[in-house]
Design a protein around this ligand. Structure first.
Ligand SMILES: [Zn+2]
Length: 120
């Protein structure tokens, strides 16, 4: 995902170029920054864009992780503790106040699991 600043010269001088947040190959955009502003407006779903005849410059900006827009899982938060279940699956322990929660099925059903027990 990259920011593309449109630099198309329009014959219609009233047209303004915005900055688009698109997939690297410009096949879909997930958001845009309106001309004259710096806020990224994100779309709920990626939108196809016709870039034929239009010019873009890649902006060097620190991008956020927008993997989630394309259905990939989000990176676990840093304050979560990753544990491996007996089936090889990974679960995340999170400390809330003085208690831990766990994303494993055992904890989901019983609010209790061996992962949380080992933290106590
Ligand atoms: Zn657990």
């Amino acid at each position: 995902m990259k920011y593309f600043k449109e630099v198309t010269v329009w014959s219609d001088s009233n047209s303004t170029n915005h900055t688009y947040y698109m997939k690297d190959d410009k096949s879909a955009m997930v958001g845009y920054i309106k001309f004259g502003t710096s806020d990224l407006f994100k779309f709920k779903n990626p939108i196809r864009i016709d870039t034929r005849g239009r010019k873009f410059e890649v902006l060097k900006m620190k991008g956020e992780s927008d993997e989630v827009y394309f259905g990939k899982k989000e990176e676990p938060k840093k304050d979560l503790i990753t544990v491996k279940g007996s089936n090889g699956k990974e679960y995340y322990l999170e400390k809330i106040g003085s208690k831990y929660t766990c994303t494993c099925p055992g904890f989901t059903f019983r609010q209790k699991c061996k992962h949380v027990d080992t933290m106590a």
